[in-house]
Design a protein around this ligand. Structure first.
Ligand code: LLP
Length: 421
């Protein structure tokens, strides 16, 4: 469920007509709904009711500080994967004890930053990383709380580029080697082993792979405890998928996910952490764009938009489907026709949808890409020297620009010219 509905024939974000935002900030832009962000966070929080837990929002999905502040105000923790994300969490006022540091390649500088600023835990992914983290912590006279990310070798049944829990993936350590790796960790002076971490992939539409992974985690918890380790926290990663196409079957709800967590892991008495990103932000955001031209090609019509692959890369990168709807509600039963919906960038990959059935559209019409709140703005680039598009946050009847569109000068003046030129 989201808060982007037609009211009086015009698509709104909560109580604000999107056309009004378009008139104020220009197109293309991203827009987020506070109510949807809050609703999705609460769904997860309530799904884990009855278990000691923390929902750590995977901010890689959408990391604008205003979004982080919205979630932090509800008690969210943050899952960060870089020094930059750590600083964003801090800028949003999230205390270190609610920030988890994930990622397969943390640098010494990033470790130092988080240790000095305060951190809930590092999810470490390899033996060399453990040794470096221990050394950095010792230098600072600290002990770094850690979990080890294990790779449970389950098939997440999602797009290959976002599956992470198979043995051939670069993530975590093979679960079969967990005991020896934990033994090494326990012997390192700068580390305090507190738990286990797992994340098997993103946009999972079935609970079964999660269940398999969590059963393996439960077994490992018992084994490590028998080895004398105080395993008291389980980080279960993120990955629960969202419905991208209306009318298709929706993935399981957070409540079903929570019940499965309770069933597989509840008896262990561990504190549970989860790291959802997409489910919190995905359907809380749209990208709005204007049709620049309608071009008749051979046997097909193209809708050429002012948004391009640099603004929303998911279709080009993962063959992702995003529903695309006009801002003006089509009449019931209005005739539909197929369009190839493309951006202005000079490569054929700059295609959002092929032969998509849409009501008839003309230059100047506005359209919205649904489910664009996660992995949208954060993955944008300035390819073709196209400015990063603005982000807008709606709250009831109000809206605010939360990241402005840079001017051409601002973009160009970031380049510096060597003195010999
Ligand atoms: N935790 C870890 C360790 C992760 O690597 C990820 C996502 C998450 C949590 C959050 O997963 P989520 O709940 O959002 O599925 N750019 C891709 C998705 C990449 C996901 C990477 N890791 C896309 O646009 O589909």
């Amino acid at each position: 469920m989201d808060h982007f509905l037609y009211q009086g024939g015009n698509l709104h974000a909560e109580d604000v007509p999107l056309a009004e935002i378009a008139a104020a900030v220009g197109t293309p832009f991203y827009v987020y709904s506070t109510a949807t962000l809050e609703r999705h966070f609460r769904l997860f929080d309530e799904a884990l009711d009855g278990m000691d837990h923390l929902v750590c929002y995977a901010m890689k999905a959408a990391s604008n500080v205003a979004i982080l502040k919205t979630l932090a105000a509800l008690g969210a923790g943050m899952d960060v994967v870089s020094g930059g994300e750590y600083m964003r969490a801090k800028a949003a006022g999230v205390p270190g004890e609610r920030i988890v540091f994930s990622g397969v390649g943390k640098t010494r500088d990033e470790m130092r930053l988080a240790l000095e600023g305060g951190i809930r835990q590092f999810n470490v992914e390899s033996e060399p990383e453990m040794e470096v983290l221990s050394a950095v912590a010792v230098e600072l006279g600290l002990r770094a709380p850690i979990t080890v990310r294990v790779n449970p070798d389950v098939d997440a049944k999602t797009h290959a580029k976002i599956a992470t829990g198979k043995s051939e993936n670069k993530f975590g350590i093979p679960i079969a080697r967990a005991r020896e790796v934990y033994r090494l960790a326990a012997g390192l002076p700068g580390l305090e082993v507190i738990g286990i971490d797992v994340h098997i992939g993103s946009q999972l539409t079935d609970l079964e792979p999660f269940r398999q992974a969590y059963l393996k985690l439960a077994e490992l918890t018992e084994i490590l405890r028998a080895d004398g380790l105080d395993i008291r926290r389980l980080d279960l990663g993120g990955g629960l998928g969202i419905p991208y196409a209306r009318g298709n079957e929706a993935p399981p709800l957070p409540s079903a996910y929570g019940a499965m967590v309770q069933e597989t892991l509840g008896h262990l008495g561990c504190e549970i952490e989860i790291e959802p990103g997409r489910l919190i932000a995905g359907n809380a955001g749209l990208m709005v764009s204007e049709v620049i031209y309608v071009k008749s090609g051979e046997g097909r019509d193209f809708l050429i938009l002012d948004a391009a692959m640099n603004d929303l890369i998911r279709p080009a990168m993962y063959d992702a489907w995003h529903d695309i709807v006009p801002l003006i509600e089509p009449e019931a039963g209005a005739e539909q026709r197929p369009y190839d919906i493309v951006g202005p960038v000079c490569e054929s990959g700059d295609t959002f949808a092929k032969q998509r059935m849409m009501p008839q559209l003309s230059a100047g019409d506005l359209v919205a890409f649904r489910s664009a709140g996660a992995y949208g703005a954060v993955m944008a680039s300035e390819y073709n020297t196209r400015p990063l598009i603005p982000e807008v946050l709606v709250n009831g009847q109000e809206f605010a620009v939360i990241r402005a569109r840079p001017s051409f000068d601002e973009m160009i003046n970031r380049d510096t010219i060597p003195e010999w030129l």
